[in-house]
Design a protein around this ligand. Sequence first.
Ligand SMILES: C[S@@+](CC[C@H](N)C(=O)[O-])C[C@H]1O[C@@H](n2cnc3c(N)ncnc32)[C@H](O)[C@@H]1O
Length: 235
Amino acid sequence: MALLRRLLHGVTTKRSWAGSLADPSVWDRLHAETLLASAPHFDWFFGYEEVQGLLLPLLQKGDPREPAVAPLRVLDVGCGTSGLCSGLFTKCPLPLNVLGVDFSPAAVSHMKHMLEGHGQHPGLSPQHPASCLHFLQADARDLSSVCPSGAFQLVLDKGTWDAVARGGQAGAQQLLSECLRVLAPQGTLVQFSDEDPDVRLPCLERGTGSRLVTVHELGPFKGLSYFAYLVQAAQ
Ligand SMILES: C[S@@+](CC[C@H](N)C(=O)[O-])C[C@H]1O[C@@H](n2cnc3c(N)ncnc32)[C@H](O)[C@@H]1O
């Protein structure tokens, strides 16, 4: 969690940022600051291009002779202003129904403007004509009002566990259990993080029951290594 810790340390030690990371308004201000530096997206860790090679096979898991007719449902919890959802929408050749949720109104509003076209943003077009993309404001520790159970083939968490865990393991375990509730039986939850497997795996194994947890090392990207933690039904 080194990079996130460094950035968040900077955030929480500045007087103007005093407040809790469990408070969406603190994230609103952080999103505004990071976007100033790297609009139209600010990606924690890395962007869509770096992980498309890992994500596509997870979306193509079914029989390749019977391509999915209905768009595959993908959820990004704590999407922030990352380019992950929009990368899937604009670059993935498969039909996808992508939903990004974040509890920060500023992040969600920015992403909706990006999608629909507003000001200097021209709007986004799908790679596959049947693909769609939505953003909703919601607390990822309780998605009951916005996400039905078992609905998503792929659930993505890039840095959100890391952020929530700073408020304690109870919140992080709530986030994990919501991600698993909304995951389809043969679906995959992917957590992207810079947290070491020695720390993350015991936490994941505690919350994932009989599911299989695997780790893939990613990068180095700009000199830093990351991990993808995959949680799937045991075969
Ligand atoms: C480290 S940032 C990662 C953002 C984005 N996934 C990325 O890769 O750039 C953590 C994100 O989680 C969001 N977040 C934190 N706690 C949350 C919660 N309980 N529910 C929903 N979003 C949350 C923050 O607003 C922020 O966008």
